[in-house]
Ligand binder design. Structure first.
Ligand code: ADP
Ligand code: ZN
Ligand code: ZN
Length: 727
């Protein structure tokens, strides 16, 4: 056959025909370089044979088949096809977008040799190196921690690294790594640290899931914070390694991976562990991907994109914090890595474990309906649950955002040499700068949003478009010179705490203080080493971390979430508060959690104080059922943006009319402006369509999307978001 159909990174819902004489079906999944327009592009062959649309002689030939590269396996291609169909996103962009960056380029990938420490280096005493041999130490340390790396990676470590590398190669401390890949045999945690004795709940969960290995099942591992879900994962990994298979572990947050990797590596030193996330340099990511793809790496830890990684011997998939919004991609292919993980498990006939202390209501409803199996860990493994209570801020005067009970608890905690965490879900000093004389507040010129005061940097910043301005000292409207910072961000709380407790070591952890690579990891180590007394941070700190000395958690102005128009706001707040509360008292000393709120009797806070997920879920699900929202309906959001409000409105009105003309059992809502109606000068709006039938909604989209594509309504950018998480 001589016709191949290639997936290319082009925003069209089609494959592209090329000529390749003697092509066989063996080539499906192979990477090729093809001419496209005036350029060359990389693509993947998805089909071979078939009738050309135009005479074969007019079809361009494939320029190169990357023959030495592995082909994408049929199950991965099937998953990509599913994602393209279900999320209504161009197949070529799904396929090429899921490849590691170097493979997306129109270049054949080279297999670079890797460098490693030699026995001589490992035996040598590095302290004997001269003090100024900083670069050498850095190179050695890097290879010791990260294992073999390419010369390019090593050279990139510092400007002086190339020179250091040359010297180290000459002295024989570094050499090419020609070690054989480890075999894909059974691996046992013999040399690793043994795990603790499992609690009865843990043992029950491990046994149940392990018994289902070898077939498809979706497990919901519902375990309160500190109940030892990670330990359950480790035991399951042990089972899977013992039968010679691979494990895929998806996590929502790259900051969580080092801790988890360390735990896994300590337990299974003989198993190759690789990770895939955006914090890892490209070349390294490609190597991890390859190691997974050959079956050599036995454990893959990654963020959402890792769900597409080829894993020939996968035996189990685990999704940690399955409710976390970052498992859903918010641009381009708007996929849910959790849902695709379930899909993948089904394809591969393996179990998938969805772990959480607060599963999404979608997942929980399925567990209740018996479609997913439920394994529960009801108590903490090595400690007690913290006590949680609300501080009624209507009755308590606040000093710089902090109440007397919280300040008192912080003082007690300090005196006892324990750590505390103050959770503020806003970075910057104050979320607003306002004039009390006339009501003006500093707003972004390009967004419908207030500017956030960043006192440390001396700037006003827009958190939506990134625009910055110097701090204004007079009201732009009435000239008043007395502007007031309104509300409390992390910087302001940090400042207040340092004033109040001058002897305390206060550390702020938010996106501003952790921008540099490895910054978060360094801070985490400081906390671990008890180099910090009070932590101030955003939700970055709420997730999954295990800080042994942390016994007090204070929550400052969480109420904002209650004013949100998003129907998931309460669910999200509940999950977030349970998560941050779960950081307290994870060892011997019981933890205490104080939540400052104006609404201590709100169902969310009541359920948080009782730490009763089931009760919260029950109430929330009843509300959802009453109004017919997910999980009792399926949604798709048409998102649109344009330079003018009129263009957005016209497009969405037209789209709504087109949708209503199609006769499907779907409900087409009225278009509305997005919650932040303008970002970076672009007006935004959306249109919600929902149906009680997923299939019906999909059929509707099949008919509607082509009509939208043909609408040509000026310069409107639009996208379909299937199963949207943010409304
Ligand atoms: P989760 O992921 O559910 O929040 P972790 O797996 O991090 O919980 O476990 C919380 C703490 O309890 C960790 O310090 C862990 O070492 C410890 N732990 C877990 N299982 C056990 C057990 N069976 N016995 C004693 N300690 C345990
Ligand atoms: Zn802005
Ligand atoms: Zn004013």
């Amino acid at each position: 056959m001589s016709l191949v159909r290639v997936a290319l990174d082009v925003p069209l819902h089609t494959l592209f025909d090329y000529r390749l004489d003697g092509a066989t079906r063996e080539l499906i999944g192979a990477r090729v370089l093809v001419p496209f327009g005036r350029k060359q592009r990389a693509g993947i062959i998805l089909e071979v044979g078939g009738e050309p649309q135009v005479p074969l002689s007019r079809i361009k030939p494939v320029q190169r088949v990357c023959g030495n590269e592995p082909r994408l396996a049929p199950d991965v291609l099937a998953l990509m096809r599913f994602a393209s169909t279900y999320y209504h996103y161009p197949i070529g962009q799904v396929v090429v977008g899921a490849l590691p960056q170097p493979l997306r380029r129109a270049r054949a990938a080279r297999d670079e040799p890797r460098l490693a420490l030699t026995c001589a280096a490992l035996a040598a005493d590095w302290h004997q190196l001269p003090r100024r041999a900083l670069a050498k130490r850095r190179v050695l340390e890097f290879l010791r921690v990260h294992g073999p790396a390419t010369a390019a990676e090593v050279r990139g470590l510092a400007s002086t690294a190339p020179r250091a590398l040359k010297d180290l190669l000459a002295t024989g401390w570094i050499a090419r790594d020609d070690t054989e890949p480890p075999s894909v045999e059974s691996i046992r945690p013999v040399d690793g640290q043994p795990g603790p004795l499992l609690t009865p709940d843990q043992a029950g969960a491990v046994d149940a899931v392990a018994a289902s290995l070898g077939g498809f099942a979706t497990w919901v591992l519902l375990g309160v914070t500190g109940s030892g879900k990670t330990e359950v994962y480790l035991r399951l990994v042990e089972h899977v390694l013992a039968i010679g298979k691979q494990v895929l572990l998806l996590v929502p947050e790259i900051n969580l991976t080092p801790q988890l990797e360390a735990r896994i590596a300590a337990r299974f030193p003989a198993a190759e562990l690789v990770s895939l996330h955006s914090g890892i340099p490209e070349a390294r990511r490609l190597r991890s991907w390859r190691a997974a793809e050959t079956g050599r790496a036995r454990i893959l830890v990654g963020t959402r994109l890792a769900v597409f990684t080829p894993l020939p011997r996968v035996g189990l998939i685990i999704v940690d914090e399955e409710q976390d919004a970052s498992l859903k991609q918010q641009e381009g292919l708007r996929y849910s890595a959790r849902d695709l993980a379930v899909m993948r498990a089904k394809q591969r006939h393996v179990p998938v474990v969805l772990g959480s202390a607060t599963p999404s209501l979608e997942t929980y409803a399925k567990a209740q309906a018996g479609r997913y199996k439920l394994a529960e860990l009801r108590s903490r493994a090595g400690s007690q649950l913290p006590s949680i209570r609300c501080v009624d801020t209507r009755a308590e005067p606040l000093q710089e955002g902090l109440s007397r009970p919280l300040l008192a608890a912080l003082a007690t905690c300090l005196a006892a040499h324990e750590q505390s965490l103050v959770f503020v879900n806003r970075r910057g000093y104050a979320p607003g700068l306002v004039c009390f004389a006339c009501g003006w507040s500093a707003a972004c010129a390009r967004c419908s949003a207030r500017l956030v005061l960043h006192l440390k940097e001396g700037r006003l910043r827009c958190h939506y478009c990134g625009r910055e301005e110097p701090i204004t000292h007079a009201c732009a409207s009435c000239g008043n010179q007395d502007l007031t910072p309104a509300g409390h961000g992390t910087q302001r709380i940090e400042h207040a705490l340092s004033e109040r407790f001058p002897q305390a070591r206060v550390l702020r952890i938010d996106r501003d203080t952790t921008r540099r690579r490895h910054a978060f990891e360094q801070m985490r180590r400081r906390v671990q080493a008890h180099d910090v007394d009070i932590l101030v941070g955003t939700q970055m700190l709420a997730k999954g971390h295990d800080f042994p000395r942390l016994t007090l958690v204070g929550v400052v102005n969480a109420d904002r979430a209650l004013y949100s128009t998003d129907f998931r706001a309460a669910e999200r707040l509940f999950a977030q508060l349970m998560q941050v509360a779960g950081r307290a008292g994870r060892r011997d000393t019981p933890g205490e959690v104080l939540i400052q709120t104006d609404f201590p009797f709100h169902t969310v806070y009541q359920a948080v104080c009782r730490q009763d997920y089931a009760a919260f879920a029950q109430i929330a699900l009843e509300e959802r059922r009453a109004v017919g929202f997910p999980p009792y309906a399926h949604q798709v959001l048409l998102r649109a943006e344009a330079a003018t409000r009129g263009a957005v409105d016209r497009f969405l009105e037209h789209s709504a009319a087109l949708g209503r003309n199609l006769s499907f059992r779907v409900e087409v809502y009225n278009p509305v402006p997005a919650p932040v109606a303008r970002i970076a000068g672009r007006e935004r709006g959306h249109l919600l369509v929902q149906s009680t039938s997923r299939e019906e909604l999909q059929r509707f989209l099949d008919a509607w999307q082509p009509q939208l594509s043909q609408a040509h309504m000026g310069r409107v950018r639009w996208a379909l978001d299937v199963d949207p998480l943010d409304l």
